[in-house]
Design a protein around this ligand. Structure first.
Ligand code: PRP
Ligand code: URA
Length: 208
């Protein structure tokens, strides 16, 4: 599929398997997700633009590089918070916005409750973080919000995606690339991803 990249890194796939395992308790789920998100961050930043700079080593001056555009991370609450630590690890200067959305259990439509993002999104590379892409309603709504706030370069990073969700986001925002660690089979009748990993927010935060 156009604009969809699957992260096949072996260590990501190993961690995803631990995250899928229903026996993995919250404390381990959190630490594995954090490690996986560091690996994901490395993979999805391969094409970040650089500009050259001069750096003085203890012996001589040479050419070095800095990122040429600011980076903004935007986790979708709650589960997206589980990806922030790993991204900040490799992007320590990133500013972080938050979008609060939850899915109504009956309609599966996203309900928004919080929105706070840094100014000047126009120049930034914006990484939208949410481990789960199910119907795609939450991610599509979050992209719409960010575009209204001026975001021009958006990248979505998910851990597990359903084909239904990919189709929806591609339809509403065809130019926005999506990275995921697995394209799963489908949604069940309650809108959960199969095989998926269950409710990511509940598994991260120990809520039921
Ligand atoms: C989960 C997940 C996504 C959304 C995906 O959030 O983190 O944001 O569902 O589903 P969709 O693609 O069908 O919109 P949830 O609504 O469970 O909220 P939570 O993270 O606060 O638990
Ligand atoms: N949200 C989750 O946390 N898991 C799913 O499978 C679908 C939506």
């Amino acid at each position: 599929m156009k604009n969809l990249t699957i992260l096949h890194h072996p260590l990501v796939q190993r961690d995803l398997t631990l995250l899928r395992d229903k026996r993995t308790p919250s404390n381990q789920f959190r630490s594995v997700l954090r490690r996986a998100s560091t690996l994901m961050a490395i993979e999805v930043t391969r094409d970040l633009p650089l500009k050259s700079t001069i750096v003085a080593t203890p012996l001589a001056k040479t050419t070095g590089y800095v990122l040429s555009r600011p980076v903004v991370l935007v986790p979708i609450l709650r589960a997206g918070l589980g990806l922030v630590g790993g991204f900040v690890e490799v992007l320590p200067d990133a500013r972080v916005g938050h979008i609060g959305l939850y899915r109504d259990e009956q309609s599966l439509k996203p309900v928004d409750y919080y929105f706070k993002v840094p100014k000047n999104l126009r120049e930034a590379m914006v990484f939208l973080l949410d481990p789960m892409l199910a119907t795609g309603g939450s991610l599509a709504a979050a992209i719409t919000y960010l575009k209204k706030r001026g975001a021009k370069t958006l990248v979505c990073v998910t851990l597990v995606a359903a084909p239904e969700g990919i189709r929806r986001v591609h339809k509403e925002h065809p130019e926005v690339p999506i990275f995921t660690c697995s394209l799963d089979k489908r949604l069940n009748s309650k809108g959960y991803i199969l095989p998926g990993l269950g409710d990511a927010g509940d598994r991260i935060f120990g809520t039921e």
